[in-house]
Structure formats: C-alpha cells, structure tokens
Design a protein around this ligand. Structure first.
Ligand code: AKG
Ligand code: FE2
Length: 220
C-alpha cells in the first residue's frame, strides 16, 4: 500500500475473534528494513532455506528456515533432519524481545512478560506462493503465536478452531503488520491465499513477501 493510500485509509487495530489480534503497521519502516537484513542472514545458514516436502510427497510453494527449533511436518527437532541434519541456529535474542513486545501490544503486559518464544520460522513467498489452511499445533503450550509481515501484502485467511472450512475471514496483511493468535484463537486454522504482487513498500530491498512466525514450543 502506498504511503498516500495508507494515510487516507487508516487501518485500525482489529480483533477478529477473541485472542486473534491484527495490529496494522506495528513495525516502523526502519524496523522492517532491519528485519529484512536479519532474514537474509538467517536464510544464509547454517541451515539453508528450503521448500518443505509434505508426507504425501507434495512440496510447499513457500520456502522457509527455522531458528531455535527446526520445524518439519509435523514435529520440531534441534537438527535440520530434512535438510542435511545440521544443527539449527540458536533462537536470536532480538526475536525474543520483539516477541515480548508484540504480545504486550496485542494481549497486554502480563502476557508479554511471560512470553518465552523459542522457535522462529522465516517464510519466503514469491508472487505465486501460498500456504494452505492449517493449525500451528506442534507446540505443547498454548502460548501466543506472533506473526510479522514484510514486503508484499497478502490475503491472509483466518478461519475457525474446528476445521479448515468456513467460517473464515480474509484479511490483507501489509508490510509491518503484526498478527497474534492467542487464548481461544491460539489454534485457529489459517493460511495465505495469495500474494499481492508489487505492493511492497519502496526501499524494502527484496521482491515477494517474508513472514516471521514466533512460537513457544514447550519443548526442553
Ligand atoms: O505467512 C503467514 O502469514 C503465515 C505463516 C504460517 O501460518 C506458518 O508458518 O505456520
Ligand atoms: Fe501457521
């Protein structure tokens, strides 16, 4: 969204369902660029970005890299078992602080202070990539999931907690937006329907969309 459109049509904070909070423009442009630079470094190793192969043989269109704990369907590992088996990079302090700030903004200071994210997923979407409806449910706790968007906008589908079907709500997630799944919405189904090409803010420094998802696994 261009800056002028942004100014004309304010996007207020929205609670889509109890515990599902969308905070548009939560990251400043400087913070967005800083995170893009960090994502580039995280994507360069020790574990390379890869498209996950699902148990049915399908290959995801999104490319991803994990920090802290490596996610593969449907479990976490300290080693990148489906990409060479190397050790996963440690969970970065910068994301721990960011996660707490995000949960504080969405849920309040008590939940923010208690948040101990230990797994991050950096997802890269080219203009054709999507993510099917799913739950984030490999975690043993119901601590919030924090989701940050960078680059091109997308149509994000926020569903219900029962199944991948309706009712759902389609929301545009724009560069800098924060979305938090917490409380009764922690295990809601969700997905990315499509990327909206050529919508990234100027100067963001890459094509496509990046999503950073933070989770607290409850694993030791
Ligand atoms: O890209 C997004 O906004 C969602 C990513 C997601 O749901 C996931 O990685 O589990
Ligand atoms: Fe997810």
């Amino acid at each position: 969204m261009s800056e002028s459109t942004d100014a004309l049509i304010p996007r207020p904070r929205r609670v889509l369902a109890p515990g599902a909070v969308h905070l548009p423009g939560w990251l400043t442009p400087d913070r967005q660029r800083e995170l893009v630079t960090l994502c580039r470094a995280w994507a360069s190793g020790p574990v390379p970005m890869r498209a996950v192969t699902m148990p049915n043989g399908g290959v995801m269109s999104v490319k991803s890299v994990s920090l802290g704990w490596h996610w593969l369907p449907y479990r976490y590992s300290r080693t990148a078992d489906d990409v060479g088996g190397g050790a996963v990079a440690p969970f970065p302090d910068v994301l721990r602080t960011l996660g707490r700030d995000a949960v504080t903004a969405a849920c309040g200071p008590e939940e923010g202070a208690a948040y101990e994210p230990d797994a991050a997923l950096v997802n890269y979407y080219d203009d054709a990539a999507k993510m099917g409806m799913h739950q984030d449910r490999e975690e043993r706790l119901n601590a919030p999931v924090v989701s940050l968007s960078l680059g091109s906008s997308c149509v994000f589908r926020f569903g219900n907690t029962e199944n991948r079907n309706r009712p759902w709500q389609d929301v545009e997630l724009v560069s800098g937006d924060l979305f938090v799944f917490s409380g009764p919405s922690r295990f809601a189904y969700h997905g990315v329907q499509k990327i909206l090409p050529d919508t990234a803010p100027s100067g963001i420094g890459f094509d496509g969309r990046l999503n950073i998802t933070l989770r607290q696994t409850g694993l030791a």
